[in-house]
Design a protein around this ligand. Structure first.
Ligand code: IPE
Ligand code: MG
Length: 232
């Protein structure tokens, strides 16, 4: 979700105004997924690197995040959304960690939409914590180093119970992954738009889905194999 700052700058307003507009776009995006029957949405709200932004911007983002939790969780629950948060929680204030756990507990049995919020998240951190888990198992003698497979790594990462993303959307014009779900994006279709995050609307998201639907996903195979449907 990129472009909040530039959106505000275009209007000669402080960056925090852009973040507030970005929060409204989050609601629109969730609404879109519910209407389209999309099963999982992972939003990159705040990266492990975003902690290094100016202190007042980080403070404003935390406040916005907390307010959104207080305002939206009951309604999301009513609509069958399962919420979870990925990323390092240690740096968040206690009250926020508390709210995040409560929201996860409250919505844990919901199945309409898996809504994952990446906050304080970094793909490299995620892979690092997974490696630590596996290394500890090896050190304890419960796993042999030679026996480690990609599925062991997958299991140790966040979102292990969810399928890999089909589609990645980045707004704001930059064409990079910026330490998002590095492992999980291996075969994800990437879609970039210059539209700034606060300016997204349903027709733009519809366009992303249409482009996605027109792509041939081969997963390393040939077109012929895909056409025959004899791959696993
Ligand atoms: C994305 O918008 C929101 C967060 C990273 C929290 P930016 O704040 O990165 O907006 P630009 O890139 O400065 O326009
Ligand atoms: Mg940015």
């Amino acid at each position: 979700m990129d472009g909040n700052g530039r959106w505000a700058k275009q209007r000669q307003r402080p960056r925090t105004v852009g973040h507030r507009a970005g929060a409204r776009a989050v609601n629109l995006c969730i609404e879109f997924c519910l209407n389209e029957g999309i099963e999982t949405l992972t939003l990159f709200a705040f990266s492990s690197e975003n902690w290094q932004r100016p202190k007042d911007e980080v403070g404003a983002l935390l406040t916005l995040f907390l307010r959104a939790l207080e305002r939206e969780v009951d309604e999301l629950h009513r609509r069958g959304v399962r919420l979870r948060f990925i990323g390092e929680r240690e740096r968040f204030p206690d009250v926020m960690r508390q709210r995040m756990s409560e929201a996860e507990q409250q919505t844990r049995a919901n199945t309409t939409l898996n809504l994952c919020i990446a906050a304080g998240y970094g793909g490299r951190n995620d892979i690092t914590q997974a490696m630590r888990k596996l290394a500890a198992q090896v050190a304890a003698g419960n796993l042999s180093a030679d026996a480690i497979t990609p599925s062991h790594i997958n299991e140790a990462l966040c979102l292990a119970d969810l399928p890999d993303p089909d589609l990645f959307i980045r707004t704001g014009g930059d064409q990079r992954i910026s330490n998002f779900l590095l492992w999980q994006l291996a075969y994800t279709e990437l879609w970039f738009t210059p539209v700034l995050w606060p300016d997204i609307d349903a027709s733009l998201l519809q366009q992303a889905l249409a482009d996605f639907a027109a792509r041939e996903r081969r997963f390393g195979l040939t077109s012929e194999q895909i056409a025959q449907g004899n791959h696993t």
